[in-house]
Design a protein around this ligand. Structure first.
Ligand SMILES: Cc1cc2nc3c(=O)[nH]c(=O)nc-3n(C[C@H](O)[C@H](O)[C@H](O)COP(=O)(O)OP(=O)(O)OC[C@H]3O[C@@H](n4cnc5c(N)ncnc54)[C@H](O)[C@@H]3O)c2cc1C
Length: 467
């Protein structure tokens, strides 16, 4: 009999949730981690990036305080102390993901790099581990594009960015995706001059274009430059400078952040020994997160799709249900919220307007509420942004998009409503406290509600009032 019921490979969010969940349900669980428990989110992703953004926001808020009548002088970001702040945040969160905690929960934590020996056995540094179910949760690493000369220049990625000991003077950012934009704003606020270079013509291509346009306007006003439709074809080092070339244009910086996408960590696993296949470089799974081998599963960034911590968590829970219980549970990707943690934040759930029109045609209705119509946002001096709700004519919510202060928190209400089939009416008829930001969501939903007041309803009301 195999020693374990479940073996998770990879100690990031997906592996940790799998192993802790399995042990909590009474299964014999093991977790293999090659480097450090906590994975990308704790060490090189969410936590350090949000701590860096918090330091950058502090500098920005101090500078803009004058607009609210408060003069703050001498705003000086200290690189060493900012990076200490980041490490401190990680140190405080680390115990949640520590090997001791997981051993205490009943998980066997095995340190080392896993590779398949067979479909039921994994080898970790020469030791064989057998399990009934194996969950591949090995995450991703930065994909660095094959640009001639790039291998000879010092490149920053999310893996080494947070161990810097200085704020770059001139930062080049390759890629206008989520990581590129968050870090561009953070370093611009900390004093770097920042140039974002993007091969396509789009910033954040998955997001609502009008909200992206408002966001890029804010970033440009804060000093971030954008070069779109610019495919870098060469790189070289010139003394302290990094030079990137695109045709006859050249960009110079003293640091280069590459944020051009991710590659799944699959090579070390020797998947062919187990019969597990790949799709577009990611571990191929079906809607129940099962690979081609019935007892081998995939969860988290390694399976591609929406690469977020909360999605990795949700997928791990789905794998647990499917592996341990006679249930067939699928992940619903249609109501997944996500947030770009720029300031203002940009939050997204469900369909964009374009996607909604492709699927629902003329039945689509769009309701917006700019933040400069929201009392709390005006009073706080945070009036940049907009809520955009997408519904059917009958008020079914198809998507929600918020650019604005606290958008990441605001989107939860829309996600809750969508997940549980509550329409715009439920939001519009719920009392929201005044003055708060969620009123922006309510006011957008109320626009739908008012649209239901047809001529017939209005005539009826007139008749009732005057009778
Ligand atoms: C800069 C940045 C900021 C981000 N910010 C956010 C955010 O704000 N919110 C959000 O939701 N998401 C954010 N993300 C994405 C988030 O970090 C990932 O979605 C999440 O960490 C994925 O978890 P995972 O468990 O799938 O993989 P990972 O966390 O990558 O874990 C995989 C683990 O597997 C280990 N491993 C790999 N191969 C082997 C092997 N052969 N044997 C043993 N162990 C192995 C690795 O060492 C690693 O610890 C951010 C990402 C980046 C890069």
């Amino acid at each position: 009999m195999p020693k374990y019921d479940i073996l998770a490979i990879g100690g990031g969010t997906a592996g940790l949730v799998t192993a802790a969940g399995a042990a909590g349900l009474g299964a014999r669980a093991a977790l293999v981690e090659a480097h450090r428990l906590g994975g990308e989110c704790l060490w090189t992703g969410c936590v350090p990036s949000k701590a860096l953004l918090a330091a950058a926001r502090a500098a920005h808020d101090a500078r803009r305080a004058a607009a609210l009548g408060v003069d703050v002088t001498g705003v000086t970001p200290h690189a060493e102390r900012i990076f200490d702040w980041i490490r401190d945040a990680q140190r405080r969160i680390e115990p949640h993901d520590s090997p001791e905690r997981f051993r205490g929960l009943g998980v066997d934590v095995i340190e080392g790099t896993a590779r398949f020996h067979s479909a039921h056995e994994v080898e970790v540094d020469g030791r064989r581990v057998e399990a009934r179910h194996i969950v591949i949760a090995t995450g991703t690493r930065p994909a660095v594009p094959p640009i001639p000369g790039l291998a000879d220049v010092p490149v920053l990625t999310n893996e080494n960015l947070f161990t810097l000991d200085r704020i770059p003077g001139r930062l080049l950012v390759l890629g206008a995706g989520v990581v590129g934009l968050e870090m561009a704003q953070a370093f611009a606020r900390l004093g770097s001059s920042v140039e974002v270079i993007e091969a396509t013509g789009h910033v954040l291509p998955r997001e609502e274009p009008e909200l992206v346009e408002r966001l890029t306007t804010v970033l440009v006003a804060e000093g971030v430059s954008f070069s779109l439709d610019t495919r870098i074809d060469r790189a070289r080092r010139e003394g302290e400078n990094i030079v990137l070339g695109s045709g006859d244009r050249e960009f110079r910086g003293d640091a280069l952040l590459v944020a051009t996408g991710r590659t799944a960590n699959v090579e070390a696993l020797e998947l062919e020994r187990a019969g597990v296949g790949l799709r577009d470089g990611n571990v191929a799974v079906d809607a129940r997160l099962r690979t081609a081998v019935p007892h081998i599963w995939g969860a988290g960034d390694v399976i591609g799709g929406l690469r977020f911590t909360h999605v990795a968590d949700h997928e791990a829970r789905t794998v647990l249900r499917n592996a341990l219980f006679p249930l067939a549970s699928r992940v619903r990707y249609d109501v997944v919220p996500w947030v770009i943690f720029t300031d203002p934040e940009l939050a997204h759930v469900g369909l964009t307007e374009r996607e909604a029109r492709e699927r629902h045609g003329d039945d689509v209705r769009v309701w917006t509420r700019p933040f400069d119509d929201v009392d709390r946002a005006i009073a706080d001096g945070q009036a940049e942004g907009m809520v955009k709700l997408i519904t059917t004519a009958s008020g079914r919510l198809l998507g929600g998009h918020v650019l604005g202060h606290g958008a990441g928190s605001l989107i939860a209400e829309v996600a809750l409503a969508m997940r549980h089939g509550l329409g715009a009416k439920a939001i519009a008829t719920t009392i929201h406290a005044y003055p708060t930001y969620p009123e922006a969501i309510k006011q957008a939903a109320e626009s739908w509600y008012r649209s239901r007041l047809t001529g017939v309803t209005k005539s009826l009301v007139r008749w009732l009032v005057r009778r």
